[in-house]
Design a protein around this ligand. Structure first.
Ligand SMILES: Nc1nc2c(c(=O)[nH]1)N[C@H]1C(S)=C(S)[C@@H](COP(=O)(O)O)O[C@H]1N2
Ligand SMILES: [Mo]
Length: 216
């Protein structure tokens, strides 16, 4: 795969700040590994990805079914809350909006009224990501409904390394990287805010690198 196949989304910082490198970060060419408790095992035969909560249709996808979803390759920046940033990472995977559409997430009140199942599913405003190692992280729905939020299975054209979340991880180039669950195996659409693993332990809910939202 050549670089030309990737959509360059590194300019998204202009929405948040003047500089591509967020304040208090330094650029590195390394790709350190940060995990709360090591790399979990995964079995492609039994792995399933679930989409639950305030959706029209709850989903359960096998690895093959997940891999059949429409995918794309993007060139993105990666900002770790511990102070390093890595530019021009090439990730391939499924965008969050693509998956949300599959599950019939309706985040518009008028659409929901006319869909007739308002009380059944409630209105999704927040998302909880879960992972094979028990990690969780949360974001407001509007921060997830961006093309740059990818469920990525490849890095630089190669299968995503296990330490970096292989087979599947989330990347959130507009947020500190703890918002991107490695080994992700499910998302739940929530009708109210809940806190994830680091968010419960004092890290910022919103995690905007250009505002240095590191801790809450
Ligand atoms: N499942 C899971 N996802 C996770 C973590 C984790 O411990 N478990 N750590 C987070 C943190 S704090 C960071 S900084 C990034 C690190 O990603 P990397 O190891 O690929 O650099 O993953 C995030 N996603
Ligand atoms: Mo982190």
């Amino acid at each position: 795969m050549s670089n030309d196949d990737a959509t360059d989304v590194t300019e998204l910082y202009r929405e948040f700040g003047d500089e591509r490198l967020p304040p208090g970060q330094r650029e590195t060419s390394a790709f350190p590994v940060l995990s709360k408790s090591g790399t979990p095992d995964w079995d492609p035969e039994t792995w399933e990805f679930t989409v639950t909560g305030a959706v029209d249709e709850e989903l359960s996808l096998s690895w093959d079914e997940f891999r059949d979803l429409p995918s794309e390759t993007q060139q993105q920046d990666f900002h770790c809350v511990t102070g390093w940033s890595k530019f021009d990472c090439r990730f391939t995977g499924v965008s969050f909006p693509t998956l949300a559409e599959r599950a019939g997430v309706i985040d518009d009140v008028d659409e929901r009224r006319s869909s007739g199942n308002r009380t059944e599913s409630g209105q999704a405003v927040h998302v909880m990501f879960s992972a094979l190692d028990g990690y969780t992280t949360d974001l407001p729905l509007e921060d997830c409904m961006r093309e740059e939020v990818l469920f990525a299975w490849a890095y630089d054209g190669e299968p995503l390394p296990e330490d970096h979340g292989g087979p599947l991880r989330v990347v959130t180039p507009h947020k500190y990287a703890y918002k991107g669950a490695k080994w992700v195996d499910g998302i739940e659409f929530l009708t109210e805010t809940q806190r994830g693993y680091w968010e419960k332990r004092g890290y910022s809910e919103t995690a905007n690198p250009w505002e240095e939202e590191r801790y809450s």
